[in-house]
Ligand binder design. Structure first.
Ligand SMILES: Nc1ncnc2c1ncn2[C@@H]1O[C@H](COP(=O)(O)OP(=O)(O)OP(=O)(O)O)[C@@H](O)[C@H]1O
Ligand SMILES: [Mg+2]
Length: 256
């Protein structure tokens, strides 16, 4: 499997953080992923210190005037990256009425031989459920869902399951995995929430936990991933466990 959509319709749970650091972990392991910023907030684009014109971003792809391959840039740590722009927010009103547009990303990834090429593709989704997020979910082999270890996480996960179930009406079931983020060992609520998720989603909940870690937030402030910011940080260890688990479970296919 190669295309991973990092999604949760709840905002601020760590989608961009997980995308950036999973990509950095792949680079640490000698694999250069392709990362797509599909969030009009363009946080990932800004995190990597880019401020592109809209015609250099995914907006141009959705305008139908550029193949994906022409939009790929290389960011500092050796990641292939297609940036986002605030203008992407217009895609929903421009294209939302025609269902065919939901397939455009999947078809382009396949036609341009990006999907299935052995390069993992990671898509940072917006928390909005519209053309952009649906096109990422339909393009994905795996939906990776960061959840914050707080009350209502289970509610949010159940709502998300209903959304994903709706998608299955017009295409096959996507593998999905929940990833607990911002976890504090021994914190009563965090432990309780994780146990609830484990009970409801025994197969879908990943064993890996991303702990609350100041290095993660500080790294963003310096436009870096945790490996570049603090090479010995335990946050790097968490993300390395995540990649190992995804590989072990056959959820990321890495070409040797
Ligand atoms: N494990 C963590 N430890 C410490 N801070 C974290 C952790 N995960 C995320 N954060 C911080 O939480 C904030 C929100 O994270 P992030 O932007 O990744 O969420 P998001 O789901 O992408 O948000 P949005 O829905 O707006 O796109 C950021 O400031 C980020 O640095
Ligand atoms: Mg984000």
């Amino acid at each position: 499997m190669t295309v991973i959509a990092v999604f949760n319709q709840k905002g601020g749970v760590g989608k961009t953080t997980v995308t950036a650091n999973l990509a950095a972990t792949l680079v640490q392991n000698g694999i250069a992923p392709l990362v797509i910023d599909l969030d009009p907030q363009a946080h990932l684009t800004a995190t990597w210190g880019l401020n592109p014109k809209s015609n250099q971003t995914m907006y141009r792809f959705y305008q139908g005037t550029s193949p994906l391959t022409d939009l790929i840039q290389t960011s500092g740590p050796g990641i292939h990256f297609i940036p986002s722009h605030l203008e992407l927010a217009r895609v929903d009103s421009q294209l939302g009425k025609h269902r065919d547009h939901l397939w455009r990303l999947k078809l382009a990834l396949e036609a341009e031989m990006l999907a299935g090429s052995g390069t993992p593709i990671i898509i940072d989704c917006s928390p909005m459920l519209g053309v952009l997020s649906f096109s990422a979910l339909l393009a994905a082999d795996l939906i990776l869902i960061p959840v914050a270890a707080e009350y209502l996480a289970l509610n949010g996960a159940c709502m998300l399951e209903r959304t994903l179930f709706g998608l299955e009406k017009f295409d096959r079931r996507r593998e999905r995995r929940y990833l607990v983020n911002r976890f504090k060992e021994g914190h009563e609520t965090h432990e309780k929430v994780r146990a609830q998720l484990q009970k409801h989603f025994p197969r879908e909940l990943l064993n890996t936990i991303i702990h609350e870690n100041d290095d993660i937030m500080a790294a963003v402030g310096d436009n870096l991933d945790v490996f570049s910011y603090a090479p010995d940080s335990s946050a790097g260890t968490d993300f390395s466990f995540l990649l190992d688990e995804l590989i072990e479970k056959g959820l990321i296919a890495i070409e040797e």
